[in-house]
Write a protein that binds this ligand. Sequence first.
Ligand SMILES: [Zn+2]
Length: 331
Amino acid sequence: MRMPDAGEGEVRVRVEACGLNRLDLWLEEAGLPMPLQLPRIPGGEIAGVVDQVGPGVEGWECGDRVAVQSNLFCGRCEYCVRGEESMCLSSRLLGVQCDGGFAEACVVPARALVRIPGGVTFVESAALTLAGSTAMHMLTDRCRVEPGQWVLVMGGASGVGSAAIQIARGLGARVITTGTTAEKRALGESLGAEHSVDVREADWTARVRQWTGKRGVDLVVEHVGGAVLEHVFQCLARGGTVVTCGATAGREVRLSLWPFFVKQQRLVGSYGRTRKDMVETLEWAASGRLKATVDSVLPLERGAEAFARLRRGAVRGKLVLIPGTAGGPPA
Ligand SMILES: [Zn+2]
């Protein structure tokens, strides 16, 4: 296939690594609430090297190591102008509404690039720039975490969850996490969670209340949705917040309003990330405060196997695909 060329304001990025996300599965299943055009190359979590610079692009040159912000914001609307690119009125999802990174190269607007700091590998960047910055957006933009607060991170072995545990700990919080296997719970604890629990246990919310002295947690980092989101309110403290960025287990939920307003709780939506979140995520990675949790690095030829594993839920951390090589991961 012919390599795409960078147009006005665009760059071509040679893909060195691309993380696999739930979003890629939804694309394959036609499970996204947006119109899609086929054919489409999936893959939204890209790390690579600039290898062609289009007309009108300043500040980037061939050879620059870059991560790509996957919500391709317009840069002009009222939200973009004030730095809230995740609320852009006309953003496009990389790998969903335009071709993504499960390919040798992809063309993106130059404004979507963030420099990968020294000391952060392409694989680490690809494992953090979508999932890690999603967690960064939830914990530092959409909510605030005070030292000593209790934070419950759902699904601590997932990309978002594994980053959220580390970020919450880095901000001084005490963390409880969940996982559906002993291995996933052990991973969450190794990342800094003090306790972990399986949400399929009938009394799991009671155990969370017990660990917090019957008070409940101050913040829940939620991305599962469905019945799980309904249940987390049972272990939320008065004045506490549930911040959610996903709905893998269901997009429709029932919420009992009486305890919700009596306890003066908040339910906060979070979507994507801003450029600032991306930069911070990579800075945290460079300083060693945020470690990428990588399950496996596979060549792109084994992409179907990676999709199947993610669909089965048999993944701890991130799956990262490497295009154009059957060998080991790049530096
Ligand atoms: Zn915009």
